[in-house]
Every structure is written in C-alpha cells, then in structure tokens.
Write a protein that binds this ligand. Structure first.
Ligand code: LMR
Length: 396
C-alpha cells in the first residue's frame, strides 16, 4: 500500500483551473476573462519595452547564476521600498521599514503571515473582506490561521458597506490580522476612498489589530503614487503593519515572481531585527529568491530614462483598462453602469453562477463563477462579442 494512498485529489483552483479549461477550448471566439492578467489590444500579454531593454542588457552581459542573500537583492529592496513609501518619505529616511524580496505578492503574504504567527501571535486569526481574492483564505489557513471575513461588498447598493466593514473590524479580537486591499479591490473593483484611510488607521490602532495591506496592483487604479495612498497614510499615522507589493502586474512580469514584503516598524533598530527574522523565514522556506526579476525591476526603477518609459507604460495599461470599461458599457450592457465606477483589473459583474457557466459553455467567455470578470483582457476586437454574450445570458 502506497503511503500516498489516502490522499484525495486537491480541489481545482477557481482561477488557474479556468485557464486550463480555456486553453483546452477550441472555440474561435473564446475569451479568457478569468485570471488577472493584463493583455494588450491584440490580446497578448505585453513584454514591456522597459523590461525588454533590461532583459537584452542582461543577455549581452550575463551574470553567473550565483545565490542572492536570504533577504534578496538589496538594491531591489531599496527601490521597491521607495516606490511604495516615496523616496523622500519619513519612513524610508528614518530606516524604519524592513523590506525583503519575495516571490511576488503571494510570497510576500506568506512571509508576513508566517513571521507574525511564529514570532508574534501564534493564535491570531485573520479576517479579510467579503469577498476577497480566493487565495487569501487558503494561504492564511495554510499558514495556520483561523480565517474569517468583514463585511465589504453591498450588492444592493453596488458599493462598499463601509459601516458594516468598520463594525466588523471593531469587533475583531485584538491581534487579529486585518487583510486590506490597497487599491483595485480583487474581486469587486470597489476601493475605499482617501477619506476612509485615517478613520480606519485610528480604528486599527485603537483595537490593537495587525493591518496587512495587499498592494498587488500599484499603478492600475489612479497612479503609482495615488495607489500607495493607504500605505502612506497608515505609515504617517504611526501604525505597525505589513505591506505585500508585487511587480507581476505593473511590470507585466507574472512569471518573474518578483515582489517584496515590507514591515513598517517603530524605528530603525526594530526594523533591522524584523528584517533579520524575515530573512530567516525565507531561509527556512526556500533559502533565497531568484535574481532575474529583481535585477530587471531595480534597474528600471533606478535608471531615470527606463523609469520614465516604464511609468508611461503603466499609464498606457491603466488607461486601456478604463477605456475597455467604457467600451463594454457602450457595447450594450446598459444595466451595468457600475462598471465604470469600479477600478483596476476586475469587475464584479453581478452575474449569477449559472449565468457565468452559460457564458462559458455557450459563448466561450470565461470568468469566475462568482461573477468576477477581468476587464484587462477585453480589447477592441472582443468587447462587442463579450457584451452581447453577457446581455444574452443576463436576460436569461
Ligand atoms: C487573480 O486574482 O486572478 C490573480 O491575482 C492571479 C492569481 O494568482 O490568482
């Protein structure tokens, strides 16, 4: 009898399984609005010019495949930190942010979750918005947390239930990790406004909660600086918290697994201790991070010309998504005016599970069963088809 005999097959991942189904679909009009991946107007994942230039430099002058330190590549850590907090900001200047390279945003979440549970509060639960990215719950449960939710999406109002959210967070037990989306809320597309950041910071401090901000989409809502607003407001309010940042989306380096975990601390001495603990966590989990993505990101962020070119590319991606929201609406999904009030890659369409299945089976348009559709995969050639498919299934 094999020692693996008792294992059942794992359930399908709601996001990546859809990509598998999409790849098997031979329909000529198929559209993948499932996974959160930006595609250009030709339906291709772009290789950003800024990224390509550094890739070419690296190919012309290749580095040996040596190990990075456990904390990752320090020039990358510094550049990633400055992007999130601001190069001239107080937290950066005072050295009170501990930043280390991670396996993109997911890896950053895992490092923070692991450190907090093993070194700070072994019994802390985690709460996230209802709904949230499906992997938030899986990841924190895997790290040993009990997970729960706070109210967020109000389907009737087609907006955020801010009162409910604050009430649920107020009721959380001290020490609870409160998972927050900095911008481009995944899956709903509804974000808190700047007017909420201060009161939220006050509530989190008053209740002794541990904020953990997921900043996976910096640059995709209003701009690179604006989208880090919640992070900067919390730092200014003197909170201790984690931020998970990622270059998967804004540098279109999905397979590069390049991101960072930032722990905002009280002072530089505390940050140095936290950084050493994060590095030790990396060592225990996977030893050290890969260097290619970090080299590309750090080079782009620190070279003025590459940086300017990249910022323009981020603007192009953001603008195209906004245009596609308007185009979908104009193409005939009239009762979905909320689509242009949502931000970022995703829209919570309000379509039922049955409607999403019909969309997939009858029209080869793939979105999540929850009704989430990826606006960043629409283009001028498929938007009318998608709009007519949605209208057909929605009318029943
Ligand atoms: C998504 O939500 O589709 C993306 O963040 C990709 C992923 O890892 O799930």
């Amino acid at each position: 009898m094999s020692i693996f005999a008792s294992l059942d097959a794992a359930p399908n991942d709601p996001i990546f399984h859809l990509t598998d189904l999409f790849n098997q679909d031979t329909g000529p009009r198929k559209v993948n609005l499932g996974v959160g991946v930006y595609q250009d107007d030709n339906g291709r994942v772009p290789l950003l010019k800024s990224v390509e230039k550094v890739q070419k430099q690296m190919a012309d002058d290749p580095d040996p495949w040596t190990y990075l330190p456990m904390r990752g590549w320090e020039p990358f850590n510094e550049a990633a930190q400055e992007l999130v907090f601001g190069a001239d900001s107080e937290p950066v200047a005072s050295g009170r942010v501990a930043t280390i390279q991670s396996l993109s945003g997911t890896g950053a979440l895992l490092l923070g979750a692991d450190l907090y549970r093993h070194q700070i509060d072994s019994d802390a639960p985690m709460i996230a918005s209802d709904p949230t990215w499906a992997n938030h719950h899986s990841l924190f449960r895997y790290a040993g947390y009990r997970t729960g939710s706070y109210r967020y999406y109000d389907a009737d109002a087609q907006d955020i239930d801010v009162e409910g959210m604050f009430a649920d967070i107020r009721a959380a037990e001290p020490g609870t990790v409160v998972l927050l989306h900095a911008c481009c809320h995944n899956p709903t597309g509804y974000d808190l406004g700047p007017e909420h950041w201060g009161p939220l910071a006050e509530l989190l401090a008053e209740r002794g909660l541990m904020p953990f901000i997921d900043l996976a989409y910096e640059g995709f809502s209003r701009g690179l600086v604006e989208d880090a607003g919640m992070v900067r407001a919390f730092a200014a309010a003197g909170l201790s918290f984690f931020v998970a940042s990622s270059f998967s989306k804004n540098m279109a380096m999905y397979g590069g697994r390049t991101g960072a975990i930032h722990a905002v601390c009280a002072d530089a001495d505390e940050a140095a201790r936290v950084k050493s603990q994060l590095a030790r966590t990396v060592r225990s989990l996977y030893s050290n991070a890969p260097f290619q993505g970090a080299t590309i990101a750090a080079t782009i962020l620190t070279d003025p010309d590459l940086r300017a070119g990249w910022e323009e590319e981020v603007t192009t991606m953001r603008t195209r998504i906004t245009d596609m929201r308007a185009a979908l609406l104009a193409a005939g999904v009239e009762d979905m005016g909320f689509i242009t009030r949502q931000a970022g890659m995703f829209s919570f369409s309000g379509l039922s599970r049955d409607e999403m299945i019909r969309l997939r089976e009858e029209y080869h348009v793939y979105g999540l069963d929850t009704g989430r559709i990826c606006m960043a995969a629409l283009n001028s050639r498929n938007v009318e088809y998608v709009a007519s498919a949605i209208a057909a299934v929605h009318r029943g």
